[in-house]
Design a protein around this ligand. Structure first.
Ligand code: NDP
Ligand code: MG
Length: 383
């Protein structure tokens, strides 16, 4: 029985993780969880799974929950410290980090220090401080298991292989909501259009990231850290069906790919069962004949500027990916609130990166400082 802590339980990955936990009660137990302020969904989850500890973002949500569950034996907390407490609660066996944004960084570091295996969906954590997370994981001999479908695919392709023989990682991309639009057509697109992803149903932030292609950029950085591969050996391939989740090319030109229907429960469950597998409940068999054809295109870096920014920031290294991530988080939040236009997201990121002098080998405090300064800069720019 694996004891699990789930950060971001009310989100898209969170709910699908709960589905996996619920379908294998003999294997998994939800011991601790967190969410932001979506109290309605939070209450449903707590009533059903009865975790021992629940962390929420703010005091108001915390007070309401304490009142709602006053007759239960459940412990509650709020704010940053509670998020950390949830991550390491009773030394769970596995932390599923499915929170959105760099708020997931410190809980991840603390969980690693407590020798807790990390199933990481929260890519912003690896982008903002990949060196800290991977160095920490190596120091404490803790596994970082990918949940993102592309990285799970690469990880699955690498089972039984010598990582030194990798020649190239090929990360596939659906192209997001605007993949059939030309760049000139992107000036006036709406939030509603951007939120309409053709293949995947996900949280708002990552859906916008998919439309700008920043999601793929963040994933390139995530792949660099998870698999310790230089950026020159990571390619992006447009593949609109999202059936091939990614590929690995080896030195002998053999290429391995991992395929599946677009269902995040697959990679979530693999991270929870690794190195074993379990049946995936209510899952549809992939029949390739139903597709007949799969399509592939080269990624165009002029069309998708955010992808270029991500490679640039990754290659510069130091605090530049922190700036990329923080500027993107702020710009996407503003776009979702209708404060800026779609193409202004990339403008915010470009301006923030242009202004920043990267600091090499930053520590946690420097990262947090740069993160905050970048957020302030972008907010001032927008207002
Ligand atoms: P959602 O927006 O659906 O969910 C985010 C979760 O985090 C919610 O539970 C939310 O709570 C919680 N949360 C948000 N802000 C805070 C905060 N400041 N403190 C505590 N909790 C907070 O996101 P997704 O599930 O789509 O994505 C989660 C992560 O997984 C992201 O990093 C994303 O890039 C990555 N990912 C997602 C995939 C997907 O298919 N969705 C695929 C691959 C990766 P509340 O609901 O109360 O606001
Ligand atoms: Mg992905």
């Amino acid at each position: 029985m694996k004891k699990i802590s789930l950060l971001g339980a009310t989100g898209s990955i969170g709910i699908q993780t709960l589905d996996v936990i619920e379908s294998h009660p003999e294997h998994f137990k939800l011991l601790a969880m967190s969410f932001g302020s979506n109290i309605k969904t939070g209450v449903d989850i707590i009533s059903k799974f009865k975790p021992a500890f629940v962390a929420v973002k703010d005091k108001e949500t915390y007070e309401k929950l304490k009142f709602e569950f006053s007759s239960n034996d459940i412990k509650f907390g709020y704010g940053d410290n509670a998020l950390i407490e949830a991550a390491v609660y009773d030394r769970v066996d596995c932390l599923v980090n499915a929170v959105v944004g760099s708020v997931g960084l410190v809980p991840t570091l603390r969980a690693i220090e407590n020798n807790i295996t990390i199933a990481i969906a929260n890519k912003e954590t690896l982008v903002t401080a990949g060196h800290l997370v991977t160095e920490h994981a190596a120091k404490y001999n803790v596994k970082l298991l990918p949940v993102d479908s592309e990285h799970s695919a690469i990880f699955q392709c690498l089972q039984g292989e010598n990582e030194k023989t990798i020649d190239r990682l090929i990360v596939t991309a659906s192209g997001g909501s605007f993949r059939d639009k030309k760049r000139e057509e992107l000036h006036e697109v709406t939030v509603e259009q951007a939120l309409n992803h053709p293949n995947w149903s996900m949280g708002a932030k990552i859906t916008i990231d998919s439309a700008t292609m920043m999601n793929k950029g963040l994933e390139v950085i995530e792949a660099h850290w998870l698999f310790n591969i230089p950026y020159e050996k990571i390619d992006v391939l447009l593949h609109k069906e999202s059936i091939i989740h990614s590929l690995v090319e080896f030195q002998d030109r053999s290429i391995k790919a991992q395929l599946g229907t677009p269902d995040m429960r697959g990679p979530i469950q693999y991270a929870l069962t690794y190195p074993d597998r379990l049946p995936l409940e209510k899952s549809k068999r992939l029949e390739l004949w139903e597709f007949g054809k799969l399509h592939f295109e080269k990624a165009d870096f002029n069309r998708y500027k955010c992808l270029q920014f991500a490679y640039d920031s990754g290659k510069i290294g130091g605090t530049m990916p922190t700036v990329l991530n923080a500027a993107n988080e702020e710009a996407v939040a503003s776009f979702l609130k209708g404060k800026i236009k779609f193409l202004q997201i990339e403008e915010c990121i470009e301006r923030a990166m242009d202004k920043h002098e990267s600091i090499a080998h930053p520590g946690l405090e420097q990262i947090q400082e740069v993160d905050q300064l970048t957020r302030n800069f972008v907010q001032t720019l927008i207002s």
